[in-house]
Write a protein that binds this ligand. Structure first.
Ligand code: ME8
Length: 647
């Protein structure tokens, strides 16, 4: 393979229902990976498409009272039209009902039949209509598939079989000799475990009497082929395995199959043994992603939990949705999907860090430098550190991509953004501009240039927002390859475009639709814990002045009584040195009122008063959860005069 080629495929999606967030994720990830490789200067080819045959599609058409062909012609459009809206730039879209694909499937079926790799036999066993697979006794319990829970029925019929068992050892050797063939590694072990159980032959036909919607076997017109035998071939039919051999060889040598973990066996065992029998090299990599979960369940059309990706896109914008999906999922692991988490990401990373930096810096340039990129002048040590950080990101990117660490590539880029925010706070161009215009210009130039690096490196994730960001910082031209990205590329004097805020803050969504009734005591506590954890990863940076607006004081408890009707609340009377305050605190489960008398506590003094259980609470006592599930009060280690301000 030319080292600079990258061919990526997504699963081709069933058209028995509309696209959902799982489809959107896999396709967005493939798109972002393609764009990252393009940034590295690689030639790329990105294939997606639709899986249009099989029992599920036939049933969906029947339910609608239309022909399967009409159904698939209508349904595939939902996928095809969605991808551009999600800024997905696939090079081809394959449909398994296309003649170019059908011809290839029939050709290979005939080839395998002629070579004796396919034979007829009577089959008696379990069949799952839902998963469209035959199952062995070991894979069934209580009339259900152990793996998927789908109902199974016992059937006996004459069918055609592919000699899959013959290739088990060859496949095992390939997996063992190529540690990055199936990724992540634990999925390769899963496949080896599957092979250890003994590999049978694969039934690759369905009698037309039972299922007519499929590709007819070229050697027996009473049968159509099994939908997986048909679908898997899309990866090579679309790149011209028969019609354009040179094109095929080039891209196939660089092939990456991105799939969900639910279809690992079909890809790593069925597909690979089919290829071995056909004498076609195996794909270079099979990459299995985890699932987006909601309430611990896979989100998909089948579970009825699907959140429309279009819905999220319309509320928050495609770029924000893409950012959330790619930043919050570690490739290979499961992740939880919630609108709340998406808004948190938007506010912390995009509005607060990236958007805020662009706004601060842009505002100063417009105010003091006539809206033009300032002259950087000679750099100092502080700038050198930032240049090293930005250039380090560029150098690390190929490694992160190789290791499938898209979330790391994003996070490290955001660390640069956070560093730039800090740098602006440290170098104070808003102050130095009045005394040392050159120093102010240098700070602002450094921040703009850092933002340019961030825009390039985040462009595979948020293509249109990064374009807008480049305009806003006076960077002209389009994003090319990273070899064109070197520090100092911004031209002094270039105009910055004024525009609307790039990443507006969003309100936290109202209660999640599926979150169930709130439990009086445990719910708020749990929530507080999660939000603390997330905040540690992506702290919402605030200015010192903002922090100083919170008036924290040490107070002495002079009265503590249980609030009637609540087992959680205590009413505390606090002395702040001449001033008294009443605070209602949710600490009754951890402290006896008598033990609190004369204790010192820290209180947020200037909080707006709130009514809690009908009582006015004029502040908040600070406490922290202990690992044992208790609560500890935050207070000075030596006694101080009540009312002393914390600083
Ligand atoms: O299986 N989280 O099609 P399909 C993440 N036609 N990804 C998810 C997901 C979730 N909750 N739910 C689905 C098929 N996916 C076959 C494929 S390929 C030759 C044939 C993604 O419409 C994931 O990638 O059921 C999964 O493998 C794919 O959607 C299945 O889509």
């Amino acid at each position: 393979m030319a080292t600079g080629d990258f061919y990526i495929t997504t699963p081709i999606y069933y058209v028995n229902d509309k696209p959902h967030i799982g489809h959107a994720y896999c396709t967005i990830l493939a798109d972002a990976m393609t764009r990252y490789h393009a940034l590295l200067g690689h030639e790329t080819f990105f294939l997606t498409g639709t899986d249009e045959h099989g029992q599920k599609v036939q049933e969906a058409a029947q339910q609608r009272g239309i022909s399967p062909q009409q159904h698939v012609d209508e349904m595939h459009v939902a996928f095809k039209a969605l991808w551009p809206e999600l800024q997905i730039r696939n090079d081809d879209f394959v449909r398994t009902t296309q003649q170019r694909h059908v011809d290839v499937v029939r050709h290979f079926l005939q080839q395998l039949y002629d070579a004796g790799e396919i034979y007829a036999d009577d089959y008696e066993g379990w069949y799952s209509v839902k998963d469209e697979v035959f199952l062995t006794d070991k894979e069934v319990a209580d009339g259900k598939s152990i793996q998927t829970g789908a109902e199974v029925t016992r059937i006996t019929e004459r069918n055609y079989f592919f000699r899959m068992s013959k290739y088990a050892d060859q496949l095992r050797a390939h997996i063992e000799d190529n540690p990055t063939f199936i990724q992540p590694e634990h999925r390769a072990n899963e496949v080896l475990g599957f092979l250890d159980k003994g590999l049978g032959d694969l039934c690759i036909s369905r009698p037309k009497a039972r299922l007519s919607w499929g590709i007819e076997l070229p050697f027996d017109d009473d049968y159509v082929t099994y939908v997986w035998f048909d679908a898997l071939i899309n990866y090579i039919s679309a790149i011209g395995v028969l019609s354009e051999p040179a094109h095929f060889r080039r891209w196939w040598a660089a092939s990456h199959h991105l799939i969900g973990k639910d279809i690992l066996t079909t890809h790593s065992v069925y597909w690979t043994t089919m290829l071995l029998a056909l004498g076609i090299p195996l794909p270079r990599h099979i990459i299995a992603t985890g699932w987006w979960l909601q309430d611990k369940q896979k989100m998909s059309k089948r579970s009825g939990k699907a959140i429309s990706p279009l819905g999220m896109k319309d509320v928050y914008g495609t770029d924000v949705l893409r950012y959330f999906l790619l930043r919050d999922m570690v490739i290979g692991l499961d992740s939880n999907f919630s609108e709340e988490a998406l808004v948190r990401r938007n506010n912390a990373d995009l509005a607060n860090d990236l958007g805020n930096l662009a706004r601060r810096v842009g505002g100063l340039v417009h105010k003091w430098f006539e809206g033009r990129v300032p002259d950087p002048g000679p750099p100092t040590e502080a700038e050198a550190e930032i240049v090293a950080l930005a250039e380090g990101l560029v150098a690390s990117l190929p490694g992160w991509l190789r290791e499938l660490k898209v979330h790391t590539a994003i996070e490290e880029t955001m660390q640069l953004v956070r560093r730039l925010n800090k740098y602006i706070t440290e170098t104070e161009p808003y102050r130095t501009v009045k005394t040392d215009i050159q120093a102010a210009g240098r700070s602002l130039y450094t921040a703009l240039e850092g933002l340019r690096f961030a825009a390039w490196l985040l462009s595979p994730v948020m293509p249109s927002k990064c374009d807008a960001l480049l305009q806003a910082i006076g960077a002209s031209g389009t994003i090319g390859t990273l070899s064109d990205l070197s520090w100092g590329g911004l031209t002094p004097g270039a105009p910055l475009e004024k525009g609307a805020a790039l990443f507006p803050r969003r309100d936290a969504p109202k209660a999640e639709p599926d979150s169930g009734p709130p439990e009086a005591d445990s719910k708020p506590k749990k929530k507080a814990k999660t939000s603390k954890k997330v905040a540690l990863e992506t702290p919402e940076v605030i200015e010192f002045a903002e922090f100083m607006r919170v008036d924290l004081r040490v107070a002495t408890v002079i009265e503590a009584v249980a609030v009637e009707g609540s087992d959680r609340l205590l009413r505390l009377q606090l002395d702040l040195g001449g001033v008294q305050r009443q605070v209602v605190a949710g600490i009754a489960k951890h402290f006896a009122p008598a033990d609190l008398i004369a204790q010192q506590v820290t209180v947020a003094f200037n909080l707006a008063p709130r009514k809690i259980f009908g009582l006015e609470s004029q502040g908040m006592v600070l406490a922290v959860d202990t690992p044992g599930g208790d609560l500890a009060l935050l207070r000075p280690t030596a006694p101080v005069a009540p009312g002393t301000r914390v600083s």
